[in-house]
Each structure stands twice: as structure tokens, then as C-alpha cells.
Design a protein around this ligand. Structure first.
Ligand SMILES: C[S@@+](CC[C@H](N)C(=O)[O-])C[C@H]1O[C@@H](n2cnc3c(N)ncnc32)[C@H](O)[C@@H]1O
Length: 269
């Protein structure tokens, strides 16, 4: 499964849903509780998991502009069953370029999930300045923060995690990626631009019975480690084989660190 394939997004969705930080979700609900209707723009929407996760926390009348550069994912996002008065509008766009064009207009909140770790410092700078100039709240969920904890531990885990985190900082289409430092960088930039931020962890908690996602993650981490040539190929293969055995024996559990935040402009819009 590739990093953004519909199959991978479907596999991770239930883990994402359970992981979303409840305090941050409550803060989003509270921010809009007096609204009759809301207009949301979801950047890099994928197959629409944020719509499904957030809809029930928002006012009943919702318009979602769903932005992605993958037409297949956009079609899936818009074909999802929506309850009540929820309108979904697809916007095909490569947001590594002129994303500003879709943020102009009347929007109440920008949502992002599993995107910020892919973007560069320059892109984040442009994004935060632009949203601040429009005094737009930002709900950013599920940004990977560099923590990988696998039990039982293996002598090579630390080296693999370092290699994965180095790979996370390579270019993902936006210039050199912020990777594990993205959420902290975004929050501190937005605070400096006059936002208040509510944040909390949204770690994936993966049990011994969750073999499919464990095998996908392990394969992805091994591929990332070999791609940046941080370790001898044979060490990576041996690590992967040991890890797969643990998964097969239902002896392996994982926690993968993520961060959610809601940033709200302090000045009245
Ligand atoms: C990890 S997925 C997250 C999808 C969704 N937000 C979720 O939480 O399931 C990253 C998404 O970013 C989109 N993406 C990556 N680069 C993009 C770009 N340059 N412009 C628009 N979308 C992009 C991918 O197509 C994918 O849908």
C-alpha cells in the first residue's frame, strides 16, 4: 500500500478516529456551538476521514470544501454518505503551489489531518501567515511527532526509528519536510501570530490483534530506512523478519505518536 492509497487511508481510519484527541475535539465543538451553519475547508482531505470524524461535533448545517490533488480520493471523499444537511464540494488542487486561492472567501475553519508532517518550513510559514491575515481558526489533527514505541522491544528499534524520522524530513512534494517537528513548529508560529492553541496527543494505540496495520507499518518503516541507507540492508531485513514473527505470534503492540491542535485567533474576527 502506498502512503496515500485509498486502501491505506481506509486501513488507518479507525485508528485515526480512536486517536483524535477528545479535548481538542471538544474545543472545536465549543468554538462553533452558537453557529447555525458552518463552512469548512479540509486541505488534503484524502478519502474524507475528517468529515466523518468531525461532522457530529459541528452545527447541523455544514458546507465542506474538500481539497486534494488526487482525483480518486476526492471522488471517494464526496461519495461518502453524509447525514443531515451536510454538503460536500470537491476541489482538485495541488496545494504545494497556490493554495491561497481556496482559502479566500467565507470560511469558518480550516481542517487538516495527517498533512503537516509532509510540509516544509517555507510552506508552513506561508500557510500560517495567510490564515492569520484572514483570522481563520485551524484544526490540525494527527500530525506524526516522531515517537514509535513497539513492544516487546528489539535492539534495532531505536536505529530504525531514527532512520524513519530522517526519512520523514525528506521532500514530500513541498520541499524538505518538517516531519516530526511539524506540529510544534505550527503551534509556535500560530501563537506568535496571535493565536491561542489547545493541543493534545492523538497516538495510535495498536493492539496485538491488529496484525494488518502492524505489518503495513513495519513494511513502510523498513522501506523508509533502506531508502535513506541509514543501516545495512541485511540488518533492516533481519529486524523486519523478527518483528513480523512477533506480529504473527500476536505478541506485538505499538504506539505511534501524533499531535492534534486547535488554533484560534485571539482577536475578534
Ligand atoms: C496521509 S494522507 C491524509 C488524508 C486525510 N486528511 C486523512 O486524514 O485521512 C495525505 C493526503 O495529502 C494529499 N496530498 C499530498 N500532497 C498534496 C498536494 N501537493 N496537494 C494536495 N493534496 C496533497 C494526499 O493525496 C493525501 O490525500
Amino acid at each position: 500500500m502506498s502512503g496515500f492509497s485509498a486502501e491505506w487511508l481506509a486501513l488507518r481510519e479507525s485508528y485515526d478516529l480512536r486517536a483524535r484527541n477528545p479535548i481538542v475535539l471538544d474545543a472545536v465543538a465549543t468554538l462553533f456551538k452558537s453557529h447555525d451553519a458552518i463552512s469548512v475547508i479540509d486541505l488534503a482531505c484524502g478519502a474524507g476521514s475528517t468529515v466523518r470524524a468531525l461532522s457530529s461535533h459541528l452545527p447541523a448545517r455544514q458546507r465542506w470544501d474538500l481539497v486534494d490533488n488526487d482525483q480518486r480520493l476526492l471522488t471517494l471523499a464526496c461519495s461518502g454518505k453524509s447525514t443531515g444537511d451536510v454538503r460536500l464540494n470537491a476541489i482538485p488542487l495541488d496545494i504545494s503551489g497556490n493554495f491561497e486561492v481556496v482559502l479566500d472567501g467565507t470560511k469558518d475553519v480550516i481542517t487538516i489531518s495527517a498533512l503537516l508532517d509532509l510540509v516544509s518550513e517555507n510552506w508552513l510559514d506561508r500557510f500560517t501567515r495567510h490564515v492569520a491575515s484572514h483570522a481563520l481558526p485551524v484544526y490540525a489533527a494527527l500530525t506524526y511527532d516522531g515517537r514509535i514505541d513497539i513492544s516487546p522491544s528489539d535492539p534495532l528499534d531505536e536505529a530504525i526509528t531514527s532512520a524513519v524520522n530522517a526519512h520523514q524530513r525528506t521532500d514530500k512534494g513541498f520541499g524538505p519536510a518538517l516531519g516530526p517537528s511539524a506540529a510544534a513548529a505550527a503551534m509556535s508560529r500560530l501563537e506568535a501570530l496571535g493565536y491561542s492553541v489547545v493541543h493534545g496527543n492523538s497516538d495510535w494505540v495498536i493492539g496485538a490483534a491488529d496484525q494488518e496495520i502492524q505489518l503495513e507499518l513495519l513494511a513502510g518503516w523498513a522501506a523508509a530506512a533502506s531508502e535513506i541507507e541509514a543501516l545495512p540492508r541485511r540488518d533492516i531485513d533481519n529486524w523486519l523478519a523478527r518483528r513480523k514473527n512477533e506480529v504473527g505470534a500476536r505478541a506485538s503492540t505499538m504506539r505511534v505518536g501524533h499531535v492534534d491542535f486547535l488554533a484560534t485567533p485571539i482577536a475578534t474576527r
